[in-house]
Design a protein around this ligand. Structure first.
Ligand code: DX5
Ligand code: ZN
Length: 218
C-alpha cells in the first residue's frame, strides 16, 4: 500500500475544517501534537483533534511530539485518534507503551528523530503498525529534507521484509515532489507532507501528484 498523509500543521487554522475537506483523496490525515517541551514549539491539542475528527471520516494518524506520551493516550483516543505515534526518545519502555495503545483499541506507532539510530528497535517491530522516520528535526514545518535518514529506511525495509511483518514505514519532514521519489525508492510506504500539500493552491491535486511520483519510484 501507499499512503499520502497531509499534515494539518501547514493548514489554515482559521479555516481548518475547510482545509481538511480539500483533501478527500488523502489516505490519512497527519495530526502533529507538540507540547513546547519535547519540541520547541506548540501546535494544538485534543480539542482541535476532536474538531478535525468531526469533519472527516479519514484515519487520523497522531504524531505525538510530547513528553510522557503515555499520560495522553486515552485523551487522544477519545479525541478521535486512530493511530498513536509516540517518540521513542520520550518514553523509557516503547513496547509497554505500544501495548497500552493497543489496549485502548487503536493502532500504535513509534517515531525516531533524525539522530536516533533504528537498530535498537528492530526486534520490537512486531508491536507496531507503523514506524515513522523523521527526515527533519521535529518541531516545525517547511524544513529541508535530510536524505541521510534514508539509510534507516533501507535497514527497516530489509528487516520488515525478512521478518514478514506488516509494519508500515512512514517518513515525515520535507517531503515534496523533489524528495518523495528517493524516499519511495528506499522503501517508504507512507508519506507525510505539510507545506507540499496545504501550501499549494490545489491541495488535492498536490496529493495526486505526490502519489503518482511515489508509485512510479517503487
Ligand atoms: C514536523 C512535523 C511534520 C510537519 C511536516 O515536526 O512532524 O509533520 O508538518 O511539514 P513539512 O511537510 O512542511 O516538512
Ligand atoms: Zn509530524
Amino acid at each position: 500500500m501507499l499512503y499520502i498523509a497531509p499534515s494539518i500543521l501547514a493548514a489554515d487554522y482559521a479555516a481548518l475544517g475547510e482545509d481538511v475537506r480539500k483533501v478527500p483523496n488523502a489516505d490519512l490525515i497527519h495530526v502533529d501534537i507538540m507540547d513546547g517541551h519535547f519540541v520547541p514549539n506548540l501546535s494544538f491539542g485534543p480539542d482541535v483533534t476532536k474538531a478535525v475528527d468531526g469533519v472527516t471520516e479519514q484515519f487520523l494518524d497522531m504524531h505525538l511530539m510530547i513528553e510522557q506520551p503515555e499520560k495522553w493516550f486515552e485523551t487522544y483516543v477519545a479525541a478521535g485518534g486512530d493511530r498513536l505515534v509516540f517518540h521513542v526518545e520520550a518514553t523509557s519502555d516503547h513496547v509497554a507503551a505500544a501495548k497500552a495503545v493497543h489496549e485502548l483499541g487503536v493502532e500504535a506507532g513509534f517515531a525516531v528523530k533524525p539522530g536516533t539510530p533504528i537498530e535498537p528497535y528492530l526486534d520490537d517491530l512486531e508491536h507496531f503498525e507503523e514506524v515513522m522516520i523523521m527526515s527533519v528535526e521535529p518541531g516545525f514545518g517547511g524544513q529541508k529534507f535530510m536524505p541521510e535518514v534514508l539509510s534507516k529506511v533501507r535497514t527497516l525495509r530489509e528487516h520488515i521484509t525478512g521478518a514478514k511483518l506488516d509494519t508500515i514505514i512512514a517518513i515525515d519532514g520535507g517531503i515534496a515532489e523533489a524528495t518523495i521519489v528517493q524516499a519511495a525508492a528506499a522503501g517508504v510506504e507512507s508519506f507525510v507532507a505539510g507545506s507540499a500539500v496545504f501550501g499549494k493552491d490545489d491541495p488535492a491535486a498536490a496529493v495526486d501528484t505526490l502519489r503518482r511520483l511515489a508509485q512510479a519510484a517503487r
